[in-house]
Design a protein around this ligand. Structure first.
Ligand SMILES: Nc1ncnc2c1ncn2[C@@H]1O[C@H](COP(=O)(O)OP(=O)(O)OP(=O)(O)O)[C@@H](O)[C@H]1O
Length: 305
């Protein structure tokens, strides 16, 4: 799909598919086009070019959309004076879903005790749960969540993460967007990464990290300079790392394995005090892959302040 707003190419020739049974993370910096993509999948925005299919059909051709696809785009989308239960009853009634399902979804998301309370007074975490309940009303096979953990406390984040994984384990198709890389690494099995509306990567989480973050080895030795010379003699790139807890410096050796470093040290009779494989984080990988994205750098700065 492609979507332009005036001069802005919010989504640019983006193609990917989302499989059932796993959580697929939809990752990209702020403004990358995640929400626009999700809105197009749900028929809320019309693509400038291309099409999104759910189970082989565009959204508007689904006979009972809520029974096929559930979505949580904006948790605050409730009437503030309506109770949680009334809100869901209204949704159910307008979609031909039996009222009995309302109590079921309230129980699923743990809101039974506050079902009669006004949704306007809900905390963000409770509002998210109510949004999830709405998405689950039609017991759909496909679920879309846009930044569901934004603003939640750690407990709420863990709860949402587990909930999504459970939905996927039930065989559903779960697509969840986020700009939080660390969170996606814990939640998703597969990652679709976009930057400036374009596809950057479409692969299992681990593969994404492996491919884009360089492996290195951290090694400490009381004979650090001898070791440095032995490694350099083998053509390895060696850097000095910061001073460790015991006051000793360490070496970082790039593009090699602990086996190779151990072998070289052993061959020269060099004593080692530490030999550890290091792998870049998902954060590093993402920075690298969307490195040209100015909007992303702005986001990182914002997050750090
Ligand atoms: N209705 C609109 N009119 C004009 N520009 C828009 C509109 N909706 C989105 N955009 C622009 O399209 C780009 C993609 O926005 P989108 O909200 O899809 O990104 P996102 O990845 O979901 O980011 P965020 O996490 O910040 O919401 C942005 O440059 C945004 O300003």
């Amino acid at each position: 799909m492609t979507k332009t707003f005036g001069d802005v190419r919010a989504v640019d020739d983006l193609t990917f598919s989302v499989r059932p049974g796993i959580v697929t993370g939809f990752l990209g910096p702020n403004g990358a086009g995640k929400s626009t993509t999700m809105r197009m999948i749900l028929g809320l925005d019309r693509p400038t070019a291309g099409v999104a299919l759910i189970d082989g059909k565009p959204y508007h051709e689904l006979r009972e959309p809520l029974r096929t696809v559930g979505a949580l785009l904006d948790a605050k989308w409730v009437h503030p004076n309506r109770s949680a239960k009334a809100h869901l009853q209204w949704m159910a009634a307008s979609n031909g879903i039996p009222g009995s399902r309302v109590d079921e979804v309230l129980r699923l998301v743990g809101l039974t005790d506050v079902a009669g309370k006004k949704a306007g007074g809900f905390s963000l975490g409770m509002a998210q749960r109510l949004g999830l309940a709405g998405a689950l009303l039609g017991d759909p096979k496909v679920l879309l969540f846009d930044e569901p953990v934004n603003g939640l406390d750690p407990e709420g984040i863990v709860w949402i993460r587990k909930f999504m994984q459970r939905l996927a384990a039930e065989g559903r198709t779960v697509l969840v967007s986020s700009h939080l890389l660390s969170e996606m690494a814990l939640t998703a099995e597969h990652l679709v990464v976009i930057g400036r509306g374009r596809l950057v990567s479409d692969s299992p989480v681990q593969e994404f990290v492996d491919r884009s973050s360089e492996a290195s080895v951290r090694v400490r030795s009381p004979q650090l300079e001898v070791l440095r010379g032995a490694l350099a003699a083998q053509g390895l790139a060696v850097e000095t790392d910061g001073v460790g807890a015991d006051g000793a410096a360490a070496l970082i050796v790039r593009g090699t394995t602990t086996d190779a470093v151990g072998q070289i040290a052993g061959g020269q009779g060099i004593v080692l005090h530490e030999l550890a494989a290091q792998r870049g984080s998902l954060e590093d990988a993402f920075m690298k892959m969307t490195g040209d994205d100015v909007q992303y750098h702005a986001d990182v700065m914002g997050g750090a302040l």
